[in-house]
Ligand binder design. Structure first.
Ligand code: GDP
Length: 367
């Protein structure tokens, strides 16, 4: 295909990958003014749509903002903090003040202890070497927490620009579209602007009369997210859409829980107790004896233990295991992108199995 450039943002037009930068359907190539899908929606609907870029392109683009002044709002998905926290944030954005906004709070049970959660988020970002001005819990879809966050943004930006940064699927577009609705409601508020040397324009939403803007950056692709290993159909099943209903299993040691056929937890040693599972309500959980667990997976993966569907089975890496000794009470074993299990008692040994590359982690429970 001859090289065509989007007249809105300058990206190279392509017709093969709808989620990537520069996509245009074939039929739109005959038009006089050729726009990529993102710019088309921006122009006609004043609506932002996320596109993803390769890590290299992203770094090139975002490094443009490293030396600029302004505030960074880093959006993470509260259901998958491990998969959506950008650990290299400071390297990418330089020494700007950062506000952390944890999105999709509507998915967590109402019994969530918000103070504990905020404390845990603060520790987690600190461990990643990111210092934050504040941590906010929001739901972009429901609009919860948005007023406090917008107030904080205003307080911390010192009349400078605001950069919204996050991995794909954290809800960046939903968030920005909600902000636009709230603050303006007028047409044509969104523009694209070039930073010298970038191929893709940043999307800008004017904030005030001082030339400051809210700037959307493309979604960062994190290869460790489980979303990259499973089919769209399976992703729909494992991604919660509603408040998660915790499922409680009374287990004796030497019993195993399967989360579909995507992950597994073996209870090796410890007193009989209840394990509380926080996964999408649509993901089936299956209990079995540890001694039968391998056989069950071999025979029934993709059937009784599903997802995975056929497409996921072709793509997903093999399960790898890691054994943990939990000394303390109320620890969570986190399967990034899938969910977590709260183990109430201490003195417990469990083995967690997850697809290779999707690393299981432990944390103190915040529920
Ligand atoms: P982006 O890739 O970061 O721009 O993410 P999108 O805004 O396209 O959202 C990705 C998915 O997450 C969509 O299915 C949204 O409906 C969903 N989503 C976004 N914000 C929220 C939220 O606050 N709560 C819930 N439950 N889902 C959300």
């Amino acid at each position: 295909m001859e090289e065509i450039i989007c007249q809105g943002c300058g990206v190279h037009i392509q017709t093969s990958f709808p989620d990537r930068a520069g996509y245009t359907p074939n039929a739109a190539l005959d038009k006089e003014t050729i726009l990529c899908k993102r710019c088309f929606r921006l122009k006609h609907y004043n609506e932002i749509q996320d596109v993803s870029m390769s890590d290299d392109d992203f770094l090139k683009m975002v490094s443009q903002i490293r030396d600029k002044e302004g505030l960074v709002v880093h959006l993470v998905d509260i259901f998958d903090v491990d998969g959506t926290l950008v650990k290299s944030l400071s390297r990418i954005v330089g020494h700007k003040p950062v506000i952390l906004a944890a999105n999709k709070m509507d998915l967590l049970p109402k019994s969530t202890n918000r103070n504990k959660l905020i404390k845990w988020l603060r520790t987690t970002v600190k461990e990643a070497g990111i210092s934050v001005e504040g941590v906010y819990l929001i739901s972009s879809v429901k609009g919860h927490g948005m007023s406090d966050l917008t107030q904080a943004i205003d307080d911390h930006r010192n009349e400078k620009d605001v950069y919204i940064v996050g991995t794909t699927n954290v809800g960046k577009s939903t968030f920005i579209n909600k902000l636009i609705q709230k603050t303006t409601g007028t047409e044509n508020v969104i523009t694209t602007s070039y930073f010298p040397g970038t191929t893709l324009g940043f999307i800008e939403i004017p904030l005030d009369d001082q030339n400051a803007a809210l700037i959307d950056t493309p979604g960062i692709v994190n290869r460790k997210q489980i979303a990259h290993y499973i089919s769209d159909n399976d992703l729909k099943i494992v991604t919660p859409k509603k408040e998660i209903k915790p499922r409680v299993y009374q287990l004796n040691n030497q019993q195993t829980l399967y989360f579909g056929g995507l992950a597994r937890m073996d209870f090796n040693k410890g007193e009989r107790q209840s394990f509380v599972c926080y996964f999408s309500n649509e993901l089936s959980i299956h209990r079995t004896k540890l001694k039968n667990a391998d056989h069950l997976l071999n025979e029934h993966r993709g059937g009784l233990l599903s997802p995975p569907d056929d497409e996921t089975l072709r793509r997903i890496p093999e399960l790898t295991e890691h054994t943990y000794r939990l000394e303390y009470e109320k620890m969570d074993i986190v399967f990034p992108g899938l969910g977590w299990v709260t183990v109430p008692g201490g003195n417990v040994t469990v083995t967690a199995h997850s697809p290779k590359g999707v690393h299981v982690s432990l944390r103190k429970s915040f529920i």
